[in-house]
Ligand binder design. Structure first.
Ligand code: ADP
Ligand code: MG
Length: 310
């Protein structure tokens, strides 16, 4: 008898899976933080085919700062720095996953971290409006790197870079083949390496794609069953940060769009998550959940987080 294939779960890990609020973000801190969300994903891999994606905001911004403070070697463009963060974070997730699987007694589980590039449109209006916060948050605007666009975010003043919409994930077929072979696949790191089509070739682009929007595109192109966005809050709230703040357990696409237009979800943080979930559900997706990294398992089981429904 043919075995029914396991459903596919895509977990998009937020920045706090690696660096917690107020932390310096040393490598030992990042490894320590990863254990908790990765343990849950390791357990879930017994019942689901797994894709893991992750952000890179702090890491790519730090690499950029390191570049700018060294005059001795040639400077690397942002697209190469995104590729570097896929390597560094991919390695950290992969090795943590390896230990957590071992701890659970799961000895034969292939995993792979895949350099992924993502097509963007050169005519995307985002190219004239840098919006994606990267690197450290500064208390005062004047402490941020001079001569660069900076925006005030919930975390403080941060440098912003261009962030175009993802059009398609180049390695979607390979990813599908790998999860069908029961590999756990770590991909689309930092939203993917942004590239523009040039005839039949690709050219790297100086930008950082939002990881939630790239993950939504991947979820749609691979056809996952559950698209889960794991961040540092328990879900989507109305009046976030105000005394009458209220977390939502279920929200329809129509309601979510209404709340978006009322300004409940700021650009660069909650808005891309809600938009990513809406796009996935609208494009025939099954389940989309926004939850905290502590509650990944509970949210998969329908017991936590905010579900976006048709
Ligand atoms: P990640 O690294 O996971 O992408 P972000 O900082 O980009 O995290 O987005 C999560 C943040 O969104 C939360 O820490 C919270 O401060 C902020 N946020 C803004 N508006 C809301 C809202 N309406 N509901 C929940 N969180 C919100
Ligand atoms: Mg984010």
């Amino acid at each position: 008898m043919k075995e029914t294939p396991k459903p596919t779960l895509l977990v998009a890990l937020g920045g706090n899976a690696l660096i917690r609020k107020g932390e310096e973000g040393t490598v030992p801190q990042q490894f320590k933080n990863l254990a908790m969300p990765i343990r849950q994903i390791a357990k879930l891999s017994q019942d689901y085919r797994i894709i893991i994606t992750h952000g890179n905001g702090p890491q790519v911004g730090n690499l950029l700062l390191q570049q700018e403070s060294c005059q001795e070697v040639p400077k690397l463009p942002l697209e190469i720095l995104v590729a570097q963060t896929q390597g560094q974070i991919g390695y950290m997730i992969e090795s943590t996953l390896d230990s957590e699987l071992m701890d659970l007694g799961i000895h034969v589980k292939p995993l792979i971290s895949l350099i992924t590039y993502v097509v963007v449109d050169e005519n995307d209006p985002a190219f004239s409006d840098p919006s994606k916060p990267i690197g450290p948050a500064y208390k005062r605007k004047k402490d941020a790197p001079p001569g660069q666009p900076v925006r005030k975010t919930a975390k403080g003043f941060r440098r912003v870079v261009v962030s175009p919409q993802p059009v398609t994930i180049i390695e979607k077929r390979e990813i599908k083949k790998l999860i069908n072979a029961d590999f756990i696949v770590i991909c689309c790191g930092g939203g993917g390496i942004p590239v523009a089509r040039e005839g039949r070739a690709f050219q790297g682009v100086d930008a950082v794609i939002d990881k939630d929007l790239a993950s939504s595109k991947l979820a749609e192109e691979v056809g996952v069953d559950i698209f889960l966005i794991a961040t540092d809050v328990s879900g989507v709230a109305l009046n976030y940060g105000a005394p009458d703040q209220k977390y939502l357990r279920k929200v329809t696409i129509k309601e979510a769009q209404q709340y978006l237009s009322e300004g409940h979800f700021p650009a660069g943080s909650m808005s891309p998550k809600v938009e990513a979930a809406i796009q996935f559900i609208r494009n025939q997706g099954k389940r989309a959940v926004i939850t905290s990294i502590e509650e990944i398992e509970s949210a998969v089981n329908g017991e936590a987080g905010t579900e976006i429904t048709a």
